[in-house]
Design a protein around this ligand. Sequence first.
Ligand code: HEM
Ligand SMILES: N[C@@H](CC(=O)c1ccccc1NC=O)C(=O)O
Length: 284
Amino acid sequence: MRDTDANADSRQVDLDDEGVHWDQAMSYGQYLNLETLLDCQRPLSHEHDEMLFIVIHQTSELWIRLCLHEAHGAAERIRHGDLRPAFKMLTRVARIQEQLIKAWEVLVTLTPADYLSFRDELGQSSGFQSYQYRELEFLLGNKNARMVEAHRAHPHHHERLLAVLHAPSLYDITLQLLGRRGFDIPDDRLERDWSEPYSASSLVEDAWREIYRDTETHWDLYELAEKLVDLEYNFQKWRFSHMKTVERIIGYRRGTGGTGGVSYLVKALDLQFFPELWSVRTTI
Ligand code: HEM
Ligand SMILES: N[C@@H](CC(=O)c1ccccc1NC=O)C(=O)O
């Protein structure tokens, strides 16, 4: 049976009725700088799957860019005790992290042989050199001055990483807020060499215990604690998925960045951002 004219019409939007602006001063592509963006995918090999590898990394870097924007914004609000906008930003970070975690499902469609077909092209480059990832780790509180060395050749990235290394992390800022709210936070957690890794304190755990036990009184601090736990929980999920994906794709080969590969990624799973927010769960 042939389609009637009416049926055929219903399969197309009538653009004349819509009032579409055909000639725009500012176009979609201009606003989003699409020509530049879509000119950034330059595979080095002729292997079909290298495009996937590039796009996964580039989209991840874009999401991390937004995570940094939101997490810096949240830190600034927490510094001023303005928690509601901080919650909104931290919730957004958690949603972005879900996207980053989901992306592994696309990447695992790459078989070991697919990846090995262009791996040599990568030389000694590695995710280890992701300056945005390192900034996010520093901002959340995983401080390690040696990680900055990998960025010596790029003064701009090097300087920025040093600045974030030497600034209080999201957790340091949170503990300062707890101090201002009357909790007994040790002086050496309120002011210290911020470039040093944070070490857990039983007084800080006591403070979180009080907040978790009496949520009615400390509702906003309890909510802040849970937002931070969401963030760390998602971060660990990302690290774990990365480690398992790497194991699935390159097995126990060494990494292009010079580490042991999977063994290095397993060690990174032990690094905690907000230690007392986890330990308090045993003592509450
Ligand atoms: C086939 C896919 C991948 C493989 C085989 C792989 C492998 C590795 C290995 C072996 C390391 C350890 C450093 C080294 O020696 O190279 C590493 C680190 C890293 N990779 Fe990947 N990776 C893959 C995909 C990704 C993706 C999609 C991202 C997203 C941005 C990413 C981000 C990172 C980061 C940030 C590090 C540093 C982690 C840290 O220092 O804790 N990797 N990767
Ligand atoms: N470290 C990876 C290489 C790698 O994955 C990579 C190389 C260049 C740019 C990003 C990468 N992704 C994450 O580490 C490997 O050993 O195969």
